[in-house]
Design a binder for this molecule. Structure first.
Ligand SMILES: C[S@@+](CC[C@H](N)C(=O)[O-])C[C@H]1O[C@@H](n2cnc3c(N)ncnc32)[C@H](O)[C@@H]1O
Length: 227
């Protein structure tokens, strides 16, 4: 039995033996990180592992994912592109500006980006948005997964610079990269407060949920700019 259910624009649940989160492969026949390809009536779905992707986990934790096929996205912390590849599938007619500061990860990522016209790789520090302001246009979504102690500050700097007034921020907060001793609950409370007050006008938090069972001690946050 094969069943396809749309969860959000460009995001599907494909059931073939078991339910699998999937996106429509923009680069048919190619896999990025060992995921499965499932062909259905001329379309090819690429399975998306929520344990390897905070964004995938957010989909399954029922966040509203503000992505459309023509969205412009600024992705901070691209690594070698596991999740960026799915964003690229979803925003098939848009652009994903992808910032990563580790040259090793960037090397692998360039291979992926060269096969997909909507990925723009940027080797830079996400804490210094001025250094890539000449490349990035105003965006509908900032997705951030940098696992840094100053995550709220990084989000604020990039939002002030690139986020459209009606745009969104999706952020993954890793408790252990902020404080290894304090309780994750306390850390999350503090980080959410920082986001609300990070800059003028600050973020309004729309959804905040832990990403268990896919990622331990991680909080997913969906926010927009305060009016
Ligand atoms: C958890 S990994 C990201 C995984 C990736 N988002 C995915 O799902 O495929 C965090 C990444 O953020 C990068 N990173 C951390 N701090 C950064 C910064 N200030 N600027 C750019 N990249 C950064 C790290 O090098 C690492 O590759």
């Amino acid at each position: 039995m094969l069943e396809i259910r749309s969860l959000s624009e460009g995001i599907f649940e494909v059931t073939k033996d078991k339910k699998q989160l999937s996106t429509l492969n923009l680069d048919p026949g190619k896999v990025v990180y060992g995921e499965k390809l499932i062909s259905v009536e001329g379309a090819e779905y690429r399975t998306w592992d929520p344990r390897r992707s905070k964004l995938g986990a957010m989909v399954l934790k029922k966040f509203d994912i503000p992505l459309r096929k023509d969205s412009k996205v600024l992705y901070l912390g691209a690594a070698s592109g596991t999740t960026v590849s799915h964003v690229s599938d979803i925003i098939s007619e848009g652009a994903v500006y992808s910032v990563e500061f580790a040259p090793r990860s960037m090397r692998d990522f360039i291979g992926l980006a060269s096969r997909r016209k909507n990925i723009f790789p940027i080797l830079a520090d996400a804490g210094k948005p001025d250094s890539y302001a000449h490349i990035v246009e105003p965006v509908d979504l900032i997705f951030q997964d940098v696992a840094q102690p100053n995550q709220a500050e990084i989000a604020a700097r990039n939002a002030a610079r690139f986020l459209k007034k009606e745009g969104y921020l999706l952020l993954s907060i890793k408790a252990r990269s902020i404080d290894t001793a304090a309780s994750p609950k306390e850390i999350f409370k503090e980080e959410v407060k920082k986001l609300e007050q990070a800059f003028e006008p600050g973020f309004e938090i729309l959804t905040a949920r832990d990403l268990m069972p896919y990622h331990e001690d991680h909080l997913g946050v969906l926010a927009k700019l305060k009016e």
